[in-house]
Design a protein around this ligand. Sequence first.
Ligand code: ADP
Ligand code: MG
Ligand code: ZN
Length: 566
Amino acid sequence: MPISSEPTAQDVLQRVFGYDHFRGHQADVVNQVVAGGDALVLMPTGGGKSLCFQIPALVRAGTGVVVSPLIALMQDQVDALTELGVRAAYLNSTQDMATVREVEHAFVSGQLDMLYVAPERLLTDRCLSLLARGNISLFAIDEAHCVSQWGHDFRPEYLGLSLLGERWPDVPRIALTATATEATRIEIIERLGLHDAQVFVSSFDRPNIRYRIVEKNDPRRQLLDFVKNEHAGDAGVIYCMSRNKVEETAEFLCQQGIDAMAYHAGMDAQRRAANQARFLREDGVVMVATIAFGMGIDKPDVRFVAHLDMPKSVEGYYQETGRAGRDGLPAQAWMAYGLQDVVQQRRMIDESTGDDAYKRRSAAMLDAMLGLCETVSCRRTRLLNYFGQVSTACGNCDTCLEPPQAWDGTIAAQKALSAVYRMWKERGQRFGTAHLIDLLRGKKTEKIGQNRHDELSVFGIGADLSDNEWRSVLRQLIAQGLLSVDHESFGTLGLTEASRAVLKGEHTLMLRREPPKPARGRGSSTSTRTKAPAIVLPPAAEPVFAALRSWRASIAKEHGVPAYVI
Ligand code: ADP
Ligand code: MG
Ligand code: ZN
């Protein structure tokens, strides 16, 4: 390496990496680690975490050992470093024995500035005894949130990494992640034993990303419109939950003339690698993928990230959307979100094999995600608040640009909840959302006939709302825990403790309605139905309505009927 005996961090930044200035907390982190202290670095994707350990590894004597969870990531970084003249190598399962021996020899004889190792590799006897024979300048644990059992990228091997601090108490350790929740931070410190680490937290705002969450009704068409109208020729990533859906969506987009490819863990490794390489190398390629795609992918000009299915946590959403606009130019994070997302995610938690604590925590994480989807205030503020950071309304997200309306959904909710109650009370039956909507709208379907649901008093009481509007109402009721979804019996709906208060009219339930869409020619469903009016009350009217509501509630209670009947 062409660096004099005692280079400073600033020298290395300029001479090796060719940058003039450190960004954000980089300089402070580098100083802390160069001085031999531990650090925990929370910095958003694209923030420049790599330099935080690469520079100290070059400034301090010995080899910096970097734990990195993905082979592709390791190879990319080693290639980039080698090109800069840094002596870097990696150890992972793709190498033959001769190469492994070569790398081991280089390490022991002090010829490496940096050694990247996969976590499962590092914890083997062979590797630990190798490390004991060399001179280590620091340990870097990249993507440290992989240690979090609650997170979306959990790697059991990461749990073993606390051993590094025990065996090498004098070697500084630096853990880095783009996940910023307090809970993850605490978990990283606990599980890696980083109790004396200095914690560096950057702002997690990505001001160039515009957040948009649209109500899902015809997702493929909505996606196609979005890509064609707003991102023709742009590189983008589209996330779907299942492998099947990835394949189907990629195929559909190709048929529509979009240069789309698929990526998921079920594909053979070669095709996957080829698709990834094409995405990175060429312009304007759209990758349709499961969340298996993306960690560590440093493609600066991804102009959009789209979600056809809702992620299960805000952390996941933030990480995935964070892959857009790493170059700082305008980019969009778009998601279609609907009733099925809520039902599906609740089912996945129910069906998971985790214990009660796991389920409770997963449910809390899902609730936060649902809160972000249903919010009527600024999405960015909501997102940053989740990470414990403050922000004012951004002016660059859908809710800031086109504020959704809030409407009094109390009566609609009472209708839905009463219908569920009646089916159960009078027939001992439970049904899913589709049947409930048919019942509310008074459709004489075969299933309605078979179950004689047209004889129920609640049949047809919801004819004033469209199918889509009912889906939106039910989605919000489930999201708010006012309807439960029982997955043991095929997603049937039930009442919850909280629904009683709504049924009794004890409080007003404000629901979200999407801002009106520009008319899309003829045949739209808006013409035939009466729209529930957006209720905007003058402040003085509120006590009057409150009194009316409680009066209605008390009469209803007296007669044992739902309040909407009054
Ligand atoms: P992260 O790991 O936090 O997602 P990276 O370390 O991959 O981010 O860095 C993202 C990009 O920012 C890289 O292209 C890197 O070269 C660049 N970068 C990092 N630090 C600086 C800096 N101080 N000046 C200019 N560019 C930087
Ligand atoms: Mg990184
Ligand atoms: Zn906003």
